[in-house]
Design a protein around this ligand. Structure first.
Ligand SMILES: *Cc1c(COP(=O)(O)O)cnc(C)c1O
Length: 437
């Protein structure tokens, strides 16, 4: 956790800038020297019709299943069958305190203290719960700033929060646009907006990595600019958790939420994570939607009418732990603990730069990478704009054994994830891409 992100990026730049070669043997050699290569064996891969594993480049959409998940869920099913209600305390992993398993690994993943994170619910639910506490509009300061092109669920969430507080979302929700003709938002433009209009803004609520362009925002600078203007700052890390090396505590972010099923490989609809900075750890005066699991465990069963939140992010819990999806999450996060997020990020910077290098070698102007070129401004995803029919291209790639996804109107997204993708995956994808048009 102590290595600053820029050193990781520097190291990778040194390693990658002069070194890549375009032949297949070089890809195999990069895999040979990858210290994380063995993690690939811990995952199930969907198979192509020819029986080979798919070249799976959509871990940013639904991460692959760790092989240990089946047994972990079966363990809970056995404990439930054999112990019934006693499983709350006598299961192999007692259900009563199951969520506590995640404090350390989830904190390490996002650069937080254990008390600053909790795993619960699903992403959009947690986004709402956070906004209940941290979007506190007044008649002068009521706006919510989001990035243009934010994920639809986030837009629905902020619009409905504005409406819930009696504001017209057309007025209250401000989308920050890239400059004319650009795809990416400049940090200095976000800072300028906040310096000029921040006094009207109650909440800055952005993605950590934009799902469409793959742009990673400078969360530290955005947080500083927002705080300087008196705004609260939250990030949706759906595309950042398990992808970037995050430092939420040090960056002083107020809150953040993320899902478990993208880079974190915890299964469809899996549990979500939530960060609340420790300066809000004990604030019983903050409005919140409460449930018994957020109450101080000491008095939880007294069922008193006066809710007493426990310290930290756990105080936002509503319900008792969702054991089956949490069993998958436990196995999935164990693999992150074993691999180390800094190690994964170091591989990721090289792997994505390698893929970028190969795509750039494809002659002609059929493919243009719209994701930032600077490794510090992206995670592993590359969004590729094509002059071909992008939907059709995604289908043909799939038929050729590569899973990518299509985003209208003209983009395919590819995410070589460091946990289970190889340099040869990148090479084979680029090789196939070069021949399809
Ligand atoms: C994937 C994603 C979601 C999905 O929300 P759920 O509540 O998990 O269905 C929301 N926001 C962003 C930014 C996402 O990338």
């Amino acid at each position: 956790m102590n290595q600053p992100t820029d050193i990781t990026a520097d190291r990778a730049t040194h390693r990658t800038a002069p070194a890549f070669q375009a032949d297949r043997a070089s890809a195999a050699a990069l895999d040979q020297s990858d210290p994380l290569a063995a993690f690939r064996d811990s995952y199930h891969f969907p198979r192509h019709t020819n029986g080979e594993p798919m070249i799976y480049l959509v871990g940013n959409s639904l991460g692959l299943q760790p092989k240990g998940v089946g047994e972990a869920i079966e363990q809970e099913l056995r404990d439930w069958a054999e112990l019934g209600v006693e499983g709350h305390f006598e299961a192999k992993h007692p259900w009563y305190s199951y969520h506590e398993i995640f404090a350390e690994p989830a904190a390490a993943l996002v650069g937080a203290k254990p008390g600053e994170v909790v795993v619960m619910n699903t992403l959009t639910t947690n986004l709402h719960l956070m906004m209940v506490s941290f979007y506190r509009p007044t008649s002068e300061r009521y706006k919510i700033v989001v990035e243009w092109g934010a994920f639809p669920s986030d837009k629905y969430a902020v619009w409905s929060q504005a409406r819930f507080h009696g504001f017209d979302p057309e007025q209250a929700v401000v989308e920050l646009h890239p400059r004319d003709g650009q795809d990416l938002l400049l940090t200095e433009d976000i800072e300028r907006y906040l310096a000029e209009h921040g006094h009207e803004v109650a909440l800055v609520m952005m993605g950590g990595v934009n799902f469409y362009t793959g742009q990673a925002f400078d969360m530290e600078r955005i947080t500083a600019a927002a705080h300087a203007a008196g705004c609260v700052v939250g990030f949706d890390l759906a595309h950042a958790a398990g992808n970037l090396d995050l430092r939420l505590h040090d960056w002083d972010v107020d809150f953040a939420v993320w899902c478990g099923y993208k880079y974190l490989n915890s299964g469809p609809g899996g549990v979500s994570g939530c960060f609340v900075h420790e300066r809000h750890a004990f604030s019983p005066d903050l409005p919140r939607f409460a449930g018994w699991w957020g109450n101080d465990p000491g008095s939880r069963f007294e069922m008193r009418p006066d809710f007493l939140p426990q310290r930290g992010a756990g105080g936002w819990q509503l319900s008792n732990a969702q054991i089956l999806p949490m069993a998958a999450h436990r196995v999935a996060l164990d693999l992150f603990t074993q691999a180390g997020m800094q190690n994964l990020r170091a591989k990721s910077v090289t792997l994505t730069a390698y893929l970028e290098y190969l795509i750039d070698l494809i002659p002609g102007d059929r493919y243009t990478i719209i994701t930032p070129r600077d490794p510090a401004q992206r995670g592993c995803q590359l969004s590729i704009r094509t002059t071909a029919n992008a939907r059709d291209l995604a289908h043909r790639l799939r038929a050729a054994g590569v899973t990518v996804d299509f985003r209208p109107p003209d983009v395919i997204r590819v995410a070589p994830v460091p946990m289970y993708n190889t340099f040869l995956d990148a090479w084979r994808f680029a090789d196939i891409l070069a021949t399809l048009f």
